[in-house]
Ligand binder design. Structure first.
Ligand code: ATP
Length: 408
């Protein structure tokens, strides 16, 4: 409903946000317009070349897009699909659909989701039920839908490595050749895992003939530019000068992740708002960064078994109180025994304790380094926390079973 000019100012509701003008621009799922996409001209143009056939009514090529998280893979894929639809030549109709394979991770879910997204019931007269049909029925509906509407279809399979099998990739790639549809299909498959294609079985590999496109991490300048292009998310004059460069520097440390950069910026605004500050300043960014780190750790550490938390707490205490930041396994074990005793927990054997540290190293919480103490001393392992010890400590102590340690 449109706002009513006779609305009454009610002090119960505030008069608007004094920090953000349009916070939606900083939402994770926000797809920015073309002029806000930074530093990806080459990738956009390469992807468009692969899909060019579709615009003229021929078969587009399949593309495998690789890159680390937050490097713009989904954004660029969606953007090029939209432009291909708009650029379709006279008489050519292009359908495009995006599937998040983290959500639709089975063959049936992915095909039913594709059929539902691509079907315009008013045009085809086909109804695609959300659930209840067999996989083959959903394929049949998908082929009917495509034939009734499109000359060419571009399907984006995001996080394709999370699908529980590769059948979708194979059946979509073969649909045209197998005579299932009269038009054509191009697939953009996206993954963070560089070995994804190597791990596919040979039949899928041979059907999914593709070109590869790599997305490099952003550097600090590009991250800065991405954020400057969205600074109208904030009210004018609210952002102090160093906020964007500092957010960019933090995100650049984390493999140039644009999502991370935008998250830090949004969070800095929220921190400033909560503090009732008039402007967003450097210390808000630092707090936001700590928050982001804590979020990542909260996921990793809070889900860890109690014994792993005790082991990490031991390493954390040494990192905070002893000199240096790397400690021999025997030193950490001594401290771990003290933690267990205080918290009334069982003490595991040194061997099990080492396995726990190795597991934490695999998860990226701890770094283990071999050191050689000469011919008599032998090889020893040194353990170091990868992230800030205070952040890890706080997270562990949030667990009620570990909380008593705070009073130690
Ligand atoms: N070049 C860019 N210009 C503007 N915004 C960008 C750019 N690249 C990424 N972003 C923004 O960063 C966020 C993450 O981008 P995107 O989802 O495309 O990354 P991704 O590589 O697909 O990551 P993931 O593998 O985690 O899905 C989005 O909010 C997107 O709008």
């Amino acid at each position: 409903m449109a706002p009513d000019s006779s609305s009454i100012d009610d002090p119960l509701f505030d008069a608007g946000h004094h920090i953000f003008a349009n916070k939606d621009l900083l939402k994770t799922g926000h797809v920015p317009e073309a002029d806000r996409i930074v530093g990806r001209d080459e990738e956009i143009s390469k992807l468009a070349t692969r899909l060019n056939g579709a615009v003229h009514g021929y078969s587009p090529e399949n593309v495998m897009v690789y890159g680390k998280t937050g490097t713009g893979k989904s954004l660029v894929s969606r953007h090029v699909c939209q432009r291909a639809r708009n650029a379709a030549q006279d008489g050519v109709t292009i359908g495009t659909a995006y599937v998040d394979c983290a959500e639709d991770d089975t063959e049936t879910q992915a095909v039913s989701s594709l059929a539902a997204k691509l079907n315009d019931e008013a045009e085809t007269g086909i109804s695609v039920p959300h659930t209840g049909l067999s996989t083959s029925k959903y394929y049949k509906l998908l082929w009917e839908t495509l034939d009734a509407q499109y000359d060419s279809t571009i399907v984006v399979l995001d996080e394709v490595d999370l699908m529980d099998d590769d059948s979708v990739l194979m059946k979509l790639s073969r649909a045209e050749e197998a005579g299932k549809i009269t038009g054509s299909i191009g697939i953009i498959a996206i993954s963070n895992k560089i070995q994804y294609i190597d791990d596919l079985n040979e039949r899928v590999k041979s059907s999914f003939q593709h070109k590869e496109l790599f997305f490099k991490p952003y550097d600090a300048n590009q991250l800065r530019e991405i954020m400057y292009n969205r600074r109208d998310a904030f009210r004018e004059g609210v952002l102090s000068e160093d906020v964007i460069p500092l957010s960019a520097a933090f995100a650049a440390q984390e493999h140039g992740d644009a999502r991370k950069a935008i998250d830090i910026l949004r969070h800095a605004g929220e921190v400033a708002f909560e503090e009732e500050a008039d402007t967003v300043r450097e210390h808000h960014v630092r707090q936001a960064q700590q928050h982001a780190e804590k979020d990542r750790f909260r996921e990793l550490v809070s889900g860890a078994p109690t014994q792993a938390k005790a082991a990490l707490l031991a390493l954390t205490e040494l990192s905070i109180n002893a000199s240096g930041d790397a400690f021999l396994t025997s030193q950490v074990y001594d401290q771990y025994e003290r933690v267990c005793e205080f918290l009334d927990m069982d003490v595991l054997s040194v061997r099990r304790f080492r396995d726990i540290l190795k597991e934490q190293a695999f998860l990226g919480v701890v770094e283990i380094e071999k050191i050689n103490k000469g011919s008599a001393g032998g090889i020893h392992l040194q353990n170091r926390l990868i992230e800030d010890a205070q952040v890890v400590r706080e997270t562990i102590l949030e667990d009620a079973r570990m909380g008593d340690w705070a009073s130690e």
